[in-house]
Design a protein around this ligand. Structure first.
Ligand code: GRF
Length: 210
């Protein structure tokens, strides 16, 4: 039974998608805790309703990034996770922490990495005139929004798209690929070789959305 800890900052819809797929598909795994860096993170309510342990490590309560990182690490380690899932978690984790959990932290980013790391991805994709965008699930390395890619989804950009409509289309796709990536991890079907992730059974690591 793999122990999963999910980190959120807000709505937590990706967290919900993972919790639901874990239950409905009877993964050999449990989401043992949901930890937020903001007390107002609305996703915490869903976790509580599901009987999942929750914790808040409020970054504003710490004088330094190092102190926040240390408190967050303590909260996570108390759960003895096999996997840490960043799901809309808007803080950068410290290098030492990331290295300690190397190949055991996943993140989702709403762009086709390595394009558009960082914030305002949809606005930037529209401004660049992209005809497609998408989402990427990757293993976390110390570099922001960078690391071995587990799965990507490609979503068409419509001519009349706004930041909002594109974000909604990409988010729906995130809810398909993130649970898939976590499931592969739980089933030990991912191999990282030279910075490239392969599914050991040859499953497609690309989802083309219509
Ligand atoms: C998602 O688009 C995720 O890719 C990005 O922030 C958003 C979080 O949404 N990093 P939610 O909290 O999972 O609903």
């Amino acid at each position: 039974m793999k122990r999963i800890v999910i980190l959120i900052s807000g709505r937590g819809s990706n967290m919900e998608a993972i919790v639901q797929r874990c239950a409905s598909e009877h993964w050999q795994a449990a989401v043992v805790a949901v930890i937020a860096n903001r007390p107002q993170a609305t996703g915490l309510a869903f976790a509580r309703e599901r009987g999942i342990a929750t914790a808040v490590v409020d970054h504003q309560a710490f004088a330094s990034r190092d102190a926040f990182d240390a408190a967050l690490a303590t909260a996570i380690e108390a759960q003895r996770p096999d996997l840490i899932v960043l799901a809309g978690f808007m803080r950068i984790l410290g290098d030492a922490f990331v290295r300690r959990y190397t190949q055991r932290i996943l993140n989702i980013h709403p762009s086709l990495l390595p394009a558009f790391p960082g914030l305002h991805t949809h606005r930037r994709a529209l401004e660049a005139g992209c005809k497609a965008s998408g989402a990427t699930v990757h293993f976390v390395t110390p570099e922001l929004d960078h690391g071995p890619i587990v799965i990507q989804s490609v979503v068409p950009v419509q001519p009349d798209d706004t930041e909002h409509t594109l974000a909604a289309r990409v988010l729906a796709s995130e809810h398909r690929i993130y649970p898939q990536a976590v499931r592969w991890f739980v089933q030990e079907q991912l191999r990282i070789d030279g910075g490239v992730v392969r599914h050991t059974g040859g499953a497609p690591q690309l989802l083309l959305e219509p």
